[in-house]
Ligand binder design. Structure first.
Ligand code: SF4
Length: 178
């Protein structure tokens, strides 16, 4: 039986909630610290982009990069949302609008958005970046990837995998604890 995206999302988020609850106390604490840093780093990256009037650029192009975004959110992004109690309910039926947004923009705060979305820089925005902004972006991207690596090590899961692909791989047996 094939499983639709809404069901995959539901199973994956339930499994991540269980995964966190099953971690040893010190590991859970370390994971929470890493996930907080992951979210804060995304906020810093988004603020650098906002500083170059990204809102104007996005308004003019009407958010074309946000269409068909269902695979952009990775397991770590969702785990960070769960840890912050800020998980949204996506709508996978509104294609080509991203399931995590609306026609007028993203439904998630910058710190909760997919790392892929936060790291994506279109040509129009790239042309507006100063050398110092580029340095900050490079450094913060390195921090973000470090967090992803550390969170994966702590959980023993490949957290950089798109959530829906990870969920698909882990839902072959419907009797598995999800
Ligand atoms: S998650 Fe948000 S920022 Fe990313 S593609 Fe979807 S609407 Fe756009």
């Amino acid at each position: 039986m094939s499983v639709d995206d809404q069901e995959l999302w539901k199973r994956a988020t339930a499994r991540l909630t269980t995964l966190r609850a099953d971690l040893a106390g010190d590991v859970e604490l370390a994971l929470t610290t890493v996930l907080t840093r992951y979210r804060q780093t995304k906020e810093v990256l988004a603020a650098v982009i906002a500083d170059v009037d990204a809102a104007d650029v996005c308004r003019e192009c009407r958010g074309a990069c946000c269409l068909n975004g269902k695979y952009r959110i990775n397991v770590c992004d969702v785990l960070a949302c769960i840890a912050a109690e800020a998980l949204i309910t996506p709508d996978f039926s509104q294609k080509p609008v991203c399931p995590y947004g609306t026609a007028s923009g993203c439904r998630m705060e910058p710190g909760m958005r997919p790392a892929d979305c936060i790291l994506f820089i279109c040509v129009a925005i790239d042309q507006k970046l100063s050398p110092s902004a580029r340095l900050i972006l490079d450094e913060q991207e390195r921090v973000l990837r470090e967090c992803l690596h550390e969170a994966s090590r702590l959980t023993g899961e490949p957290l950089g995998t798109p959530l829906l692909l990870w969920a698909g791989r882990n839902t072959v047996n419907p009797n598995l604890k999800m």
